[in-house]
Design a protein around this ligand. Structure first.
Ligand SMILES: C[S@@+](CC[C@H](N)C(=O)[O-])C[C@H]1O[C@@H](n2cnc3c(N)ncnc32)[C@H](O)[C@@H]1O
Ligand SMILES: Nc1nc2[nH]cc(C(=O)O)c2c(=O)[nH]1
Ligand code: SF4
Ligand SMILES: [Mg+2]
Length: 222
């Protein structure tokens, strides 16, 4: 199956439980959710006029909304051609779960990679059972509560973006019906804001949750 890919690059995972792990990022094009503070607004629209060749999205800056069709084998070939050594693939976007990524994730796993998905919980998560799923819930956004509940139940990690106490209250409401015993719960300050970071730290200590900061932004790497 083909998927629209905005960019592929090798870096260090900057967020969540795998912070510090060398990773190959595959960023899919397309997201209908529309978070005001989104880091990757260039991925929202899949426009026919922005379609490019497969090579044009490999290890190039994807900060414009161009995309190319790739499947698992063309991606794995590209990783090998570029000499990537990371064994951890992060499938992000855009919103990767707009697409059924069972094919893609199964082939990556069959090729020996560990796979993580970054998703907003606004679409049902359809992927291989061994994928580590990070849900960064987008409350009151597209998808509705039933879909979000499926995504949160599947999640290995719940990484909530926060700026104010209201966002923490929303997370409390979401977690009321979810068994989080085997899940990592973390708070991620939005856009490195000082007040958000202080609130996240204070709340993580009080609740024994984890802090996720976007370390790649502090390091100024991709
Ligand atoms: C760009 S999103 C793509 C994957 C998916 N659409 C999602 O929202 O999870 C990847 C991660 O970045 C987070 N994120 C996006 N913009 C951010 C910002 N300005 N500050 C902090 N986190 C942000 C999202 O919440 C998510 O955890
Ligand atoms: N280094 C690095 N870590 C990340 N973790 C999640 C990212 C994302 O955009 O989904 C991201 C990203 O863009 N870069
Ligand atoms: S769901 Fe993810 S990609 Fe989509 S707008 Fe929100 S943060 Fe950006
Ligand atoms: Mg980035």
């Amino acid at each position: 199956m083909n998927y629209p890919v905005n960019e592929v690059f090798e870096t260090i995972q900057g967020e969540g439980s795998f912070t510090g792990v060398p990773a190959i990022f595959v960023r899919l094009q397309g997201c209908p959710v529309g978070c005001a503070w989104c880091d990757t607004q260039q991925t929202w629209e899949v426009l026919a006029q922005n379609k490019v060749n497969q090579a044009d999205v490999i290890q190039v800056d994807g900060t414009i909304g161009r995309w190319a069709e790739h499947d698992a084998s063309s991606l794995i070939q590209a990783f090998q051609a570029k000499g990537y050594t990371a064994k951890h693939i992060v499938l992000t976007g855009g919103e990767p779960c707009m697409y059924n990524v069972t094919d893609l994730t199964s082939e990556f796993i069959a090729a020996g990679y560990a796979v993580q998905i970054e998703t907003s919980g606004t679409f049902e998560v359809l992927c291989h059972d061994k994928v580590f799923v990070t849900v960064s819930p987008k409350v009151n956004m597209k998808g509705g509560y039933e879909v979000l509940e499926q995504a949160l139940t599947r999640a290995n990690e719940i990484k909530h973006p926060i700026a104010t106490q209201k966002h923490i209250d929303e997370l409390d409401d979401l977690l009321a019906n979810i068994d989080t015993q085997d899940k990592v719960v973390c708070l991620q300050p939005i856009s490195q804001k000082t007040r958000a970071t202080e609130l996240a730290m204070k709340t993580c200590i009080a609740r024994n949750w984890r802090l996720s900061i976007q370390t790649h932004k502090y390091l100024d790497i991709d």
